[in-house]
Each structure stands twice: as structure tokens, then as C-alpha cells.
Design a protein around this ligand. Sequence first.
Ligand code: AMP
Length: 547
Amino acid sequence: MQGQMQSQPLLISSLIVHAERHHGSTEIVSRRVEGDIHRATWRSVSRRSRQIANALDALHLGFGERVGTLAWNGYRHLELYFGVSGSGRVLHTLNPRLHPEQLVWIINHADDRALCFDMTFLPLVQAVWSKCPGVKHWVALCDADALPADSGIPGLQSYETWIGAYGDTYIWPEFDENTASSMCYTSGTTGNPKGAVYSHRSTVLHAYGAALPDALGCSARDAVLPVVPMFHVNAWGLPYSAAAVGCKLVFPGPALDGKSVYDLIEGEQVTMAAGVPTVWQMLLGHVQSNQLTFSSLKRTVIGGAACPPAMISAFRDGCGVEVLHAWGMTEMSPLGTVCTLKNAQLALSPEEQNGIRLKQGRSIFGVDMKIVDGEGKELPWDGKTFGDLLVRGPWIIASYFKGEGGDPLQYDEAGRGWFPTGDVATIDADGFMQITDRSKDVIKSGGEWISSIDIENIAMAHPAVAMAACIGMKHPKWDERPIVAVVRKPGAELTREALLAFYEGKIAKWQIPDDVVFVDAIPLGATGKMQKMTLRQQLADYRLPGI
Ligand code: AMP
């Protein structure tokens, strides 16, 4: 027997229709590339997204064709999120921090037909356009008068002129919910980047899941600041969840320094913010050195890389702001787990609670996970045994764009496909997952595994340390031994011996790094994550003490 409910497809256009109808006057505030603060509403974003749909139709851009963006977080980018996908084209968010050659490769691999970019990236586009013959339309996200007289880019037009030529009457088409809606390439630390292609269905389901109270907990009463870029896994899906719940959105544009982010939080009375640890480091630095407080901020979601314990306590104890540690990846749309405590954990001592807050958290409904050994055998959820973390669910990748890399899934006895995350984790009896490492970063010493994240977290808790990265070095007896590369805080003094002594009593003796290497900077990738491969190359001539 079939169910007898309406089978309306889950489409991204329904999110913006809902936001306009029920939250039309709720504000969308953006710090623009131009430097000013721009105020829009869900109503205006919706109206202009329909103008985009008409403009794309007029270009005869076909159903499923890709429209690339090279843009910061702002209202125009948000309009493209809905206008491009809602009309059946695929939004391809490009990471401007990539090397130009990598960008060219990705634009051509994705077969982008149009590309919309912030004026910040004009020099970048001037450097790459001639190598992207498939892109037929170049649009600068600016007013007509901000467009340079001769950019050298053929047919370049301003976004405002482009969409301004079209009306806002448009009926969003209905189509199969499994149609592609947007795509994003993985960071590609090894080999070429691979494209993750999201569908309308996966995006709408993710929007529901991410907004749940024990996940990001967004509501119409929130003012949300996504510092996480809209070019990195759709800003963790926040634009979609925000439209579903009708919260106010506040966009930081290109200004991610501590003062700019703080001023925006206070000026717009932001209640929730989301970003990677490096951004929060800058914000906390500004708050601490100017003895500031937050008047509205209730919680920050921190993910994308392990959140150092010192950051959790600086926010909670120092600023009264709850930290939600979250984990996910490009291939997961991206949200997998969020660390919200249950009653059982809230009854524990503050120290015990802190130990749990460090974990990456519980899976949100829609994401099933398990840990397995080298043979694929499931391991116990005891909080101690660690293994390869596998996931499955309706917003988790089944295959990469153009089938790149073959079938990525691992199959269980029932024939169900699980995606191997490449992370190594433990899961405790209450379902709290903790990442101990990327499988390629874990340090194998004398048959035992040492978590590089543990070593980094301890170093980061030292008051003189600005940043720390732990890597394994070849050792003739132990196979590998950990060393920690450290950037000192400006003006701070710290010796190798003092930092090594700081580890004593915090981890087992054999896990303490063999050496400390002081460096000026830790190499960061395009999404703000530490590039341990590059660090290893930089330390190619390094030898462990006594070897
Ligand atoms: P990306 O696809 O670029 O978002 O990278 C995903 C990877 O980032 C994951 O597989 C993890 O290795 C890492 N990651 C994301 N969030 C966290 C977190 N909260 N703690 C530790 N690692 C994380």
C-alpha cells in the first residue's frame, strides 16, 4: 500500500518562497566589498533571485548548466544561491584562496558556463579568464559605476545592470528533487580536487537537520553570522537553514579580522556565529586585548578543524558564550555531528563536561556513523577504541562528479554503502564521537597510535603558543615519533624544554613529542586548515634529536 500524502518534491526554491512569505521583512545585513553596510530583507533577496532566474533564461543557459561564483559572504551571493539553483541550474561555489592554476582546472572540469565574482577578485579573473574557454558570461557583483572601463574581460557586465534588465515575475519550475543543485570541490590535499554534487533533496533535508535544536538550533529569533565562507560547503548549509527558519542573516564580506567581526556582532546583535578555529582566534585576541564583552552572542559553532580546549574555555568562561563543536566534510553537505550535551552529561562536574565538549559530538538525525578496523569489522562504542569513521545518509556523497576516483563507498553485509571519511575516531556509549586524527596524520609509534590533535591541543593551551602542528618523523626503532612545530605569540618567550615539560602529566610519557621546532608560520590551506604535507616538505632536512 502506498502512502497517500502529497509528493511535492523537496526543492531549494521552496525555501526562498517560504522565507519571503513568512519572514519577508527579516533583515539580511552585509558588510560589502565596497566597505559599507548594506541592508536587505528576505523579501528583496527573493525578488532579486527571481530576476536572476529570468536573466539566466535570457542567456539561454540550459537546465543543469553550471554557474560559478567567486565571492565573499553577502546578499548578492545569497541571491545567486536561490536564483541559480531554484531555476534548475547548478551553483558552483569556487574557493578564491586556491592557486589560479587550480581554479582554472576546477572551472574547466566543472564546465562552468557563467561566472559571477566580487570585485576583490577582478585581478584573479583577469589572470584566468583566457584559460577558461567554456565560460561565456562574466559578471562582476557590483553596481554599473564600479565596473572598470576596460577590464580586458570580454563582455564583462555588472550584476546590477544584468539582473536590473529583468522583471521579478517568475514561476519557479517543479522538477525531480534528485536534480543537482550545487557543487563544491574538495580541498584536494592529495591529487586533483574532486567535485561533490549536492541535490535539491539532499540540501533541503540537510537544512532541516542542521536547524534542529540539538544541532545548530537556528530559529526566527536568531541573528546568525556565518563567518564560514559561502564558498566552503555552502557556509555549512546556513543560508538554506536560515531561509527555512527565517532568521536574520549577517554577512561579514571580506573583513574577517577580529575588530570587524566583533563590531558586526555587536552592531547587529548577532546571537549565533559559525566558523573555523582560526577566525575565532582573531576575534578572541581582539576581545581579550581590549577587555571587551559580548552583549548578544549566545553561541558559536566551531568546526572544520579540531577546536582547541583553550578556545572553548576562553569563550565559555571568559565571554559567557557557549561553544558548539561540530564536525563534517564537503562530502557530507557538510554537517555530521554537533556536540550538544544531554541531561546525563549536564549532571556531571564542570571538568567532566569540558572533557565532553571537546568531542566532535553526536550525530544529527540523517547521519548514521560507525567505526571499523582495518578489515571493516565494526568496533565498540566505548570511548576508547578508535577506528576508521564511516558514514551514510541522504546528504552524504554516493559518487564524485564525473565518477572521478571510482566508487568511493565501502559496502556492509547488507549491501549498504558507507562513505569512509578518512578520519580516525572513537565513539562513546552515549554516541559522542571524537576525532583523534586524519588517518594520514595519525602517528604510528612502536605499534601504538598517537593522536596529533591531542599533542596540538596541549601545546595550544600554553599561554606563549599561537599555533601548533604535530607531525610524525621517521624513526629507526619506533617507526615514527611525534614532533611539534610551534608559532610563538608575538613577544612571548618559550623554550623547547619549557614546552616539553608542559606535556608532563598530561599524556603518557611515550606520547610526549621528541622535539619542538619553532617556526614563523604554519602553512594553511585554502579553507584555513593546517597543511601538514607542506609542513613536512618544509622540514624535509629536519632530523630527530640523536638520530
Ligand atoms: P572539508 O571537506 O574541507 O570540510 O574537510 C573535512 C575534514 O575536516 C574532516 O574530514 C576532518 O578531518 C576535518 N574536520 C572538520 N571538522 C572537524 C572538527 N570539528 N574536528 C576535527 N577535524 C575536523
